[in-house]
Design a protein around this ligand. Structure first.
Ligand SMILES: NC(=O)c1ccc[n+]([C@@H]2O[C@H](COP(=O)([O-])OP(=O)(O)OC[C@H]3O[C@@H](n4cnc5c(N)ncnc54)[C@H](O)[C@@H]3O)[C@@H](O)[C@H]2O)c1
Ligand SMILES: O=CCc1c[nH]cn1
Length: 486
């Protein structure tokens, strides 16, 4: 086993790497080869205790700083992340299998964007003054929640850790982050960088583990907030556990999002969006537009151009910078996706492209397109989380909106049309938290990101995230006498 990606120890707690080899062994597999590249151990009760205690102490020091002082440290961390983008991208590629052509632009840099943005906001977080009769007034204080727990999925490890840490820290909280057991490495680097930038030891701790470690953190009474990125079934469990302790919660969950393409759309742009919304990160993106509704008149032209464009995909070594499709994150995820492809064929969809596993080392699968998909097919109803696009056709706007919304999920939705009025009408009618007009899957830190319906609760990114990591205290100030009934 090459040791290039082996961290000094499994967990980063109180400003240092620590281990407890009694924890459950977690091998880290490079998805492009199937080889083990590192090993970490799940957190034991002792590690969790150290993480919580040090976070409680650090949080008090951190919240005592002014917002501007906190922001300065966060912006410094963002600069370090940018400087180390290449090595962080190589690590992320080895952890996830995502090609360097993506990790170089969308992972650590997106994390740096979040630290910079929320670092900039930190000094602006204030309460308000509310004048009342007789000169009395109320002022509000925007206060930290305390110690937050972040739990990550495996598709965007450092981005998810940063999207949670940045607003939490800006508001004066500490965070204990548990990465996915599939991708434990890069969050440790974020923890190192924050300390290097000047954050107090213990402010951002990383503990490894499976769901049981996540559950132990979520149910601990000293934890004030839980933010999960994961699947709907996990979200239901974590949200229920958080509710038991009346904790604040943000749930960033799965999706089955629609892209609706009208016959007046710019076809080339619509094809690009469908490609980005289904094959970026080998299809492992929560907000992917996996149900592509194409108006009858342009369905054949859309499929023809899409299949032409798919021939340009470069499937291969994710470290090769021209590669555009890497492997799936794991053998298990590939098997799940192949199972869905099989179901699509059995249920009568037309396989237009791909459909097969790729022989050899690594967990590769061909980018796959189904046409003639109907709303009742399994591939049109369930989140696949792999490179499988379903193309459906529609006749009218009313029909497209009704069918696009006919899902338990509500993470994202896109519309392609040149008709400005229709674009806004359709965007307003979508039951989704993040909508796009003539674009898809862009996630700038300035814009709120999150879902409705079963796709989640709360918002990440943007000023909206501040409300999810802080609470208002109301202070009534009386300038006159206090009267009483007797
Ligand atoms: N909405 C978003 O922003 C977003 C972003 C990325 C991924 N996702 C979703 O994530 C899913 C894929 O990721 P995954 O397979 O890692 O999801 P998952 O639900 O299996 O696991 C997510 C995390 O939850 C932890 N976990 C599992 N059980 C737990 C429990 N009982 N208590 C606490 N923690 C627990 C896991 O260890 C992991 O760290 C997809 O559904 C995808 O749509 C959503
Ligand atoms: O995976 C979900 C979040 C996301 C979408 N695009 C980039 N990150």
């Amino acid at each position: 086993m090459s040791t290039a990606y082996q961290p000094a120890a499994s967990h980063y707690v109180n400003g240092t790497y620590i281990d407890d080899l009694d924890g459950r062994e977690i091998p880290v597999i490079y998805p492009a080869t199937g080889q083990e590249i590192a090993k970490v151990y799940g957190a034991t009760a002792s590690i969790i205790e150290q993480a919580i205690q040090s976070a409680q102490i650090a949080q008090k020091q951190w919240a005592f700083l002014s917002g501007s002082e906190r922001g300065r440290i966060m912006v410094r961390a963002a600069h370090i992340m940018r400087e180390r983008n290449r090595s962080l991208s190589e690590l992320e590629t080895h952890d996830t299998g995502k090609p360097m052509s993506e990790t170089l632009i969308a992972d650590a840099l997106s994390g740096a964007d979040a630290l910079e943005y929320f670092g900039g906001l930190a000094g602006t977080l204030t309460g308000e003054h509310i004048p009342l009769a007789g000169g009395d007034f109320v002022y509000t204080r925007r206060e930290a929640l305390g110690v937050c727990v972040g739990i990550g999925a495996w598709n965007y490890p450092i981005q998810i850790a940063s999207w949670k840490a940045a607003p939490a820290l800006a508001c004066g909280n500490a965070m204990i982050f548990k990465p996915s057991e599939m991708t434990p490495l890069s969050a440790l680097k974020l923890a190192e960088i924050l300390v290097e930038a000047g954050a107090p030891a213990g402010l951002f701790n990383v503990v490894q583990g499976h769901g049981d470690v996540g559950a132990a953190l979520v149910t601990d009474p000293r934890i004030d907030k839980v933010s999960l990125t994961g699947s709907v079934p996990t979200g239901q469990k974590v949200y229920a556990a958080a509710a038991q302790g009346l904790k604040h919660a943000t749930m960033e969950l799965g999706g089955k999002s629609p892209i609706v393409i009208f016959d007046d759309a710019n076809l080339e742009n619509a094809v690009s969006a469908a490609i980005n919304g289904n094959f970026y990160s080998t299809g492992q993106i929560c907000s992917n537009g996996t149900r592509v509704f194409v108006q009858d008149e342009i369905k054949d032209a859309f499929i023809a151009r899409l299949t032409e464009r798919m021939k340009r995909a470069i499937i291969g070594d994710p470290m090769g910078e021209t590669t555009t499709i890497g492997p799936m994150v794991s053998e298990r995820q590939r098997a799940i996706v192949l199972g869905y492809i099989e179901k699509g064929i059995q249920e009568g969809a037309t396989l237009v492209a791909g459909g097969k596993s790729i022989d050899g080392a690594g967990f590769y699968i061909e980018p796959t397109v189904f046409a003639d998909v109907t709303d009742d097919m399994t591939i049109a109803r369930e989140e696949i989380f792999g490179p499988v696009m379903s193309v459906l056709s529609f006749a009218t706007e009313e029909e497209a909106i009704r069918r696009a919304n006919d899902t338990e999920f509500g993470l994202a939705a896109g519309v392609f049309t040149q008709d400005l009025t229709r674009a806004h009408r359709v965007a307003a009618a979508f039951e989704a938290g993040t909508c796009y007009i003539n674009a898809y899957n862009l996630t700038p830190v300035e814009a709120p990101f999150g879902g409705v319906k079963m796709s989640g609760v709360g918002r990440e990114n943007s000023k909206a995230a501040i409300d999810h990591y802080s609470q208002l205290k109301s202070v009534y100030v009386c300038l006159g006498d206090t009267e009483a009934a007797f």
